[in-house]
Design a protein around this ligand. Structure first.
Ligand SMILES: [Fe+2]
Ligand SMILES: [Fe+2]
Length: 260
């Protein structure tokens, strides 16, 4: 049976995140025999945005598809490539006519893969329904893709679990991003979908979700406006590897926590 291994990497935060990605990705790909790499890049430029140059840098390390989230709009420069770069996606459930696209199609050794990016609505900006948006995209891609992977960029565990069960048997795997903290709940759902609430972050561990801890503490102490900046110390790469069979079902999952 032909099995493929897909590595999903959690939100890359700032320079420290890019550095650990550059230092570690090829080693992990060779050691684990990874066939395809997805990474969430929403925090890759300065912690709160993305740029064309940094997007190219991430691709150059061996990432096949870059997903994103609420911070994709943090720097207008990303608009230069958001429509033209085929392997950069943003949450699909933004209102109609927003620049960019919410899913993309690719090919791994003859197997067709679709990566879908969705965003939650609980404790986040109001979005179109991610559940119905999945249905809409699934209808379009189900006959074109052997493997469907979902990055669900969301805050709450409940919304993430609910979407997991909702796509069980239709998506090959669904992983959460956005909280920057890896959860230990990876599991196979009843109809062959691999699920994890959050795959964590790629950036400085000695921080508050990737940003300078002193600034974050000051913010919580004073409740005033604070300029957040990415931290640099002790970077780690967080993610998960899904092993997927030729029926498009996940057979096993291994979380990744790699020190930079
Ligand atoms: Fe993030
Ligand atoms: Fe986010």
């Amino acid at each position: 049976m032909k099995e493929l291994k897909i590595l999903a990497i959690g939100d890359i935060v700032g320079k420290a995140g890019r550095r650990v990605l550059g230092n570690k990705l090829q080693t992990i790909v060779e050691r684990e025999r990874i066939d395809f790499v997805i990474a969430n890049g929403e925090n890759s430029a300065g912690g709160l945005s993305m740029t064309p140059e940094i997007t190219r840098e991430i691709f150059s390390y061996g990432v096949n598809v870059i997903t994103s989230g609420n911070h994709v709009w943090g720097n207008n420069d990303i608009l230069q490539i958001i429509d033209s770069e085929p392997n950069l996606i943003r949450p699909a459930n933004y209102p109609p006519d927003v620049p960019g696209k919410g899913y993309c199609l690719g090919n791994i050794k003859g197997t067709k893969i679709c990566v879908i990016n969705l965003m939650g609505r609980v404790m986040m900006n109001p979005m179109d329904c991610p559940f119905r948006k999945f249905d809409e995209i699934y209808k379009i891609v189900k006959d074109q893709a052997d493997i469907i992977i979902v990055d669900f960029h969301a805050e709450t565990t409940s919304e993430k679990q609910a979407l997991g069960w909702y796509v069980d048997g239709r998506a090959s795997a669904i992983f959460g991003t956005h909280t920057h903290v890896q959860t230990a709940d990876e599991r196979l759902l009843h109809h062959g979908t691999g699920y994890i609430t959050d795959i964590g972050m790629t950036g400085s561990l000695d921080s508050v979700i990737g940003m300078l801890k002193e600034r974050s503490i000051r913010f919580f102490l004073t409740q005033t406006r604070v300029k957040f900046e990415p931290a640099d110390d002790n970077p780690w790469l967080n993610g998960i590897i899904f092993k997927i069979n030729d029926s498009g079902k996940t057979v096993s999952m291994t979380r990744v926590q790699e020190k930079g």
